[in-house]
Design a protein around this ligand. Structure first.
Ligand SMILES: [Zn+2]
Length: 197
């Protein structure tokens, strides 16, 4: 059993996704034993990234600039908007190389029992953006979970007045699956074969 500062380090490492007690202990020991320079560099790099990353003022992607590289890229199709749950999803979609529009990050999925309504998925900002940009197609690239489905239904109903075409990813994605765990090829195909809601 670790005590003192080492126990504190273990406790904090355990909060990271995928890190259990054993891994946390091994990492804590690794950091304080032979790799002190690397450990301090890691600490600095965590602090720098955490302090400097913020949500893009247009699309909510986590970025180190006020406006992210996607929003400021003039070569991307402004009339095509892909709506995702989080920044990680943006990078998954980018990896497929099948999308050249812009993005919008909700940061949440609707879940009334958890108190997550339209305001918590940045819906008011989304609707202003859609009206202002004369968007031709909105792609709802959300996980087909219960929350994902209700968010898709809500957004499709609310946006239909302002957008000609509203699509969602094809059913190549397993129901209840998460797009984070879908491989690049499957996600790329789901994007190509997207269909109207
Ligand atoms: Zn942006």
């Amino acid at each position: 059993m670790f005590t003192g500062l080492l126990a504190e380090l273990e406790k904090n490492l355990k909060k990271l996704p995928g890190i259990g007690s054993k891994s946390a202990q091994r990492l804590a020991m690794f950091l304080i034993s032979n790799h002190q320079d690397d450990a301090l560099k890691l600490a600095d790099s965590i602090r720098d990234a955490v302090e400097q990353y913020t949500n893009c003022s247009v699309c909510n992607i986590l970025t180190e600039y006020e406006i992210c590289k996607f929003c400021s890229d003039a070569h991307r199709n402004e009339q095509l908007l892909c709506i995702v749950e989080n920044t990680q999803d943006v990078f998954l979609i980018e990896n497929t190389q099948e999308f050249n529009g812009k993005y919008y990050v909700l940061n949440n999925l609707l879940s009334p029992i958890d108190g997550i309504g339209p305001d918590e998925i940045s819906f008011p900002q989304l609707i202003s953006l859609v009206k202002e940009r004369e968007i031709e197609e909105v792609v709802l690239a959300l996980s087909p979970s219960a929350e994902g489905e209700s968010t898709i239904n809500f957004l499709a109903a609310e946006l239909t007045e302002f957008v000609q075409k509203i699509t969602r990813l094809s059913t190549g994605l397993p129901f209840g699956g998460d797009i984070e765990y879908t491989n690049k090829l499957t996600l790329g195909n789901a994007l190509i074969r997207r269909y109207s809601v």
